[in-house]
Design a protein around this ligand. Structure first.
Ligand code: MRU
Ligand code: ZN
Length: 220
């Protein structure tokens, strides 16, 4: 039930995944067993490694990952641990954006903003503007962005369908999203880039809270 890669690339990727997950736990961004991280294998991007479900993220090792099909989220090897319950959200991001790494965290400020915006039946948009840190998101126009906030349906597949549809329709959106009352997900071309973007999103949410800004939310 533990990941035992046959290649040096698999071994190195699993180690990177585990090291980053523990770092984010240590920051308080993945309390308990919350959060999940995935990375497409550099030598075969059709496959990805993702954290196993329900593990203590502060204790995660390179054996606590699961190899899945990057586009479907289905396990590719027999006898593996259960992949993250939110694997289908990672797969939706991979299908639509071409990202190479995805991180989902329960970091406090992003989660507070996701709670304050909330969501009813459909995706909401949170306007974020003016902050210099928007430049860290790699946007075409860093003056402002509309951060999507998705309903936190109990059926994860329903969330991933919403995410895939929204990202397909809004190709110029930010490399991240909020899940109402839940947390934040960010992605990038590498684990480092996904982490940087997650840090920018968390910090932007912190600034919104500290500035006591009225949240500009639009709902469709
Ligand atoms: C500890 S509750 C958090 C979970 O429900 C979920 O949102 C989460 O982030 C972790 O799920 P996991 O299946 O371990 O990847
Ligand atoms: Zn979560």
């Amino acid at each position: 039930m533990s990941y035992a890669p046959s290649t040096a690339v698999g071994k190195q990727s699993a180690q990177q995944l585990a090291d980053l997950t523990r770092t984010l736990y240590d920051r308080g961004w993945m309390p308990g067993t919350s959060g999940n991280v995935s990375l497409r294998l550099p030598d075969d991007p059709d496959r990805a490694l993702i954290t196993a479900s329900g593990r203590d993220k502060g204790e995660l090792t390179s054996r606590d990952v699961v190899e899945v099909d990057a586009r479907t989220g289905r396990a590719t090897l027999p006898g593996q641990a259960r992949p993250s319950a939110e694997t289908s959200i990672h797969a939706a991001v991979y299908r639509v954006t071409g990202a190479r790494a995805v991180i989902h965290a329960h970091s406090p400020y992003a989660t507070v903003i996701a709670h304050r915006v909330g969501a009813e039946e459909s995706v909401a948009s949170l306007r974020v503007e003016r902050f210099e840190l928007l430049k860290g998101l790699g946007l075409d126009d860093p003056a402002a962005t509309d951060l999507p906030v998705f309903p936190n349906w109990p059926q994860v597949d329903r969330i991933s369908e919403d995410v895939a549809a929204h990202l397909a329709a809004r190709g110029d959106g930010p490399p991240g999203l909020l899940l109402a009352d839940h947390g934040v997900t960010a992605w990038g071309d590498s684990l480092d880039q996904a982490k940087n973007r997650l840090e920018c999103l968390e910090s932007l949410c912190q600034l919104l809270v500290l500035a006591q800004s009225e949240l500009r939310v639009s709902r469709t």
